[in-house]
Design a protein around this ligand. Structure first.
Ligand code: PAJ
Length: 276
């Protein structure tokens, strides 16, 4: 396990000298089967796999769950080793943000819609840490889950805009058998709240089916919002958007994406689904 840029680069040098390809999976730890799926996919793509575990303070707003975000580095390390990860990079906050740190990445338009409306500083924090991590590791490819669909699009945008020579690979959402998308934040849910949370994936499916059946999009979304509210959700949004620009659409055209975010109690959940 490396905790500094220096140790990280020392571990990478012999692999690069041997001509090994490197795939990279950034995480905030508290790993579950969704993260492990990214590792397994990375392992199939490259000779070496690096994962990072870093709970990035810059992407949490002051009122968010930074302090209570689950931390279990030992367990994460064991899970990563088991999945075939060759190196875990777990930098300290001081290593990533030393005194006098100033530079941040502004991802532009994509960061201002959907999540960006409710978490206006979030993607600046994500973008800054992801670009730092990519440049520290310089992998051939980096893998991101579609669970954070807007994040994936933003990373693609920045890598393209800044000519960063790394392939960005999107991986489909991994769900529990009952449909709930796996998330480190699911551990906050009581058994009862977890049951109510199932309305989120169900509503996405129902709304997708309604849209594909030709129902008016505004009405389908309003019905979905009503069902989620009835199940106990306090919703931030349920939106149908163009799958690449995230501009809301009211006349169906594929490829589109349904995206939703809302609270069950104090736990904020996000999910999304392709509509095509
Ligand atoms: P984290 O929430 O730990 O997620 C790490 C990666 O795992 C992300 O690419 C995320 O989309 C993916 N992931 C999480 N749950 C998933 C699921 N159920 N199915 C498929 N993929 C899933 O996303 C972050 O961390 C951070 O913002 C980070 C990119 C590490 C920057 O700090």
């Amino acid at each position: 396990m490396a905790h500094s840029v220096r140790d990280l680069r020392a571990a990478l040098i012999p692999w690069r000298e041997a001509g090994d390809t490197v795939a990279y999976v950034p995480t905030m730890g508290a790993l579950h089967r969704g993260h492990i799926t990214l590792i397994t996919k990375a392992k199939k793509m490259a000779r070496r796999v690096v994962a990072s575990v870093f709970v990035n303070p810059m992407q949490f707003a002051p009122n968010e769950d930074l302090a209570r975000y689950p931390r279990q580095l030992e367990k994460d390390r064991d899970m990563l080793a088991e999945a075939g990860c060759d190196l875990v990079y777990a930098p300290t906050v001081e290593e990533m943000y030393p005194p006098h740190f100033e530079t941040t990445i502004d991802p532009g338009k994509l960061a201002t819609v959907l999540e960006g409306v409710y978490r206006p500083t979030h993607f600046r924090g994500v973008a800054t840490v992801v670009i730092k991590l990519l440049l520290q590791i310089l992998p051939d490819a980096a893998l991101f889950g579609e669970k954070d669909y807007q994040q994936l699009l933003i990373v693609r945008q920045i890598v393209r805009d800044l000519n960063i020579p790394i392939h960005i690979i999107g991986v489909p959402i991994v769900r529990d058998p009952d449909g709930l998308a796996l998330s480190s934040r699911n551990t906050y849910l009581s058994a009862e709240d977890r049951q109510r949370a199932l309305m989120l994936p169900k509503t996405l499916q129902d709304t997708r089916d309604a849209v594909l059946a030709g129902r008016d999009i505004g009405i389908a979304l309003a019905d979905g919002m009503a069902n989620l509210a009835a199940a106990g959700f306090s919703m931030d949004y349920l939106e149908l958007a163009d799958a690449t620009t995230l501009v809301p659409i009211r006349k169906f055209e594929a490829p589109a994406r349904l995206l939703a975010a809302g609270f069950i109690g104090s736990t904020r959940l996000i999910d999304n689904l392709a509509v095509q």
